[in-house]
Design a protein around this ligand. Structure first.
Ligand SMILES: [Ca+2]
Ligand SMILES: [Ca+2]
Length: 372
């Protein structure tokens, strides 16, 4: 492996970078974990104050933004990590073995921050600082299945020390040397932002991160205090994407002025899906509907669920009228007359609420008071 030359005063001026960088900061080596912890606590208080005054600003009533940041995920629901390995392996290689939860890792005071994101790794402190190690971070970024006009996908990332970044299995960028002999030019400092094209439903972010083993003395002439075991490793990122959700437009008989839902009848809950621009959506079956009640001040408990499908008990799409329909057989549910109920339509991927319809159950079994 090629090594960098080190000059006598322990400073090294990279040919392609205009500023001098202390060589021992190229791969940050804390000399005292505990002292660094105290400094970080002070910085945290400062950061909280900064965040307090940096409240988000709403941009539009219909445009939504999904933000995913690196964070500990004990349940491995959305974020997990594989490794460390002592050699490079491609995504999905059996050498990676089993996934582990991402954990907040020890952070070097010089590492960049990304607002809202946490430096994560396989452990609080690196397991083996003397040898190059590789970790694979696997992240799920889940948009609603009904999301459309998906734009402005951006991923901001850095790692200690180098990373490959894949989005939906395609390599987007490599910062530093992940697969070949490394040239340590402090890539942990470079916070890069990449454009990505996200899709409705599940998107995956994969980062293969290499921690460079130290090979040089620090500015005091020692090798990280005489040992190689203090060599932090980690990843920090923030991913954002803008999208819109469709609008529910309820159909007759629900929208009739005289509408009342009579107990004992079968009521057709019909709705159409429109984009915010007013275009009809006719090919979206990743939705479902539930009916809740009676209202007890809140929405009440679940009475009935309509999953997408073809049978009479399912949420169906009518190919002639272009509406979705769930037939609510009220006699099957022992409803409370005079009480308030709510129908809710959800996105099938994220359970986002797309629309609601609130109604009162009236007496008069056996007769439907409305024509559709
Ligand atoms: Ca970087
Ligand atoms: Ca490192």
């Amino acid at each position: 492996m090629d090594k960098l030359p080190i000059n006598s005063n322990k400073e090294f001026l990279f040919p392609t970078i205009a500023t001098a960088i202390y060589i021992d900061e190229a791969n940050p080596m804390p000399r005292n974990w505990e002292k660094e912890e105290k400094m970080k606590k002070l910085f945290s208080i400062f950061l909280v104050l900064v965040l307090f005054f940096a409240l988000p600003v709403a941009v539009s009533a219909t445009q939504k933004t999904l933000i995913v940041v690196s964070k500990p995920d004990a349940a491995m629901q959305f974020q997990s990590v594989y490794g460390p390995l002592y050699g490079y392996a491609v995504l999905g290689d059996l050498a990676w073995s089993n996934a582990k939860p991402t954990v907040a890792t020890w952070t070097h005071g010089s590492w960049p921050e990304i607002t809202g994101a946490t430096w994560i790794s396989t452990a609080d402190k690196v397991e083996d600082g003397e040898t190059d190690t590789w970790r694979w971070f696997n992240i799920k970024m889940i948009l609603p299945c009904t999301a459309y006009n998906i734009t402005n996908g951006m991923v901001t990332v850095t790692s200690d020390n180098a990373e490959e970044f894949y989005f939906n299995d395609a390599l987007i960028w490599t910062d530093g040397e992940v697969q070949v002999d490394y040239y340590d030019n402090a890539e942990w400092r470079t916070v890069l932002t990449h454009s990505v094209t996200a899709q409705a439903g599940v998107n995956t972010l994969d980062f293969v991160v290499r921690n460079y083993a130290p090979y040089y003395p620090d500015r005091y002439g020692s090798y990280s205090g005489g040992t190689y075991d203090k060599n932090p490793a980690g990843l920090i990122f923030k991913a954002t994407v803008d999208y819109e959700l469709p609008e529910i437009v309820w159909q007759p008989p629900l929208t009739n002025d005289s509408f009342e839902l009579k107990d004992g009848t079968t009521m057709p809950f019909k709705f159409k899906l429109y984009t915010q621009a007013g275009d009809l959506i006719i090919d979206q079956m990743n939705i479902y509907m539930k009916i809740f009640g009676p209202s007890d001040g809140g929405i009440g408990s679940e009475v009935a669920a309509f999953w997408p499908g073809e049978g009479g008990d399912f949420l169906r799409f009518d190919l002639y009228e272009f509406y979705y329909i769930g037939n609510f057989h009220t006699k099957d549910y022992g409803l409370t007359e005079g009480a308030t109920y709510t129908a809710v339509v959800y996105d099938g991927c994220t359970d986002d609420v797309l629309g609601t319809y609130t109604f009162v159950v009236s007496a008069g079994k056996g007769n439907r008071g409305n024509k559709n």
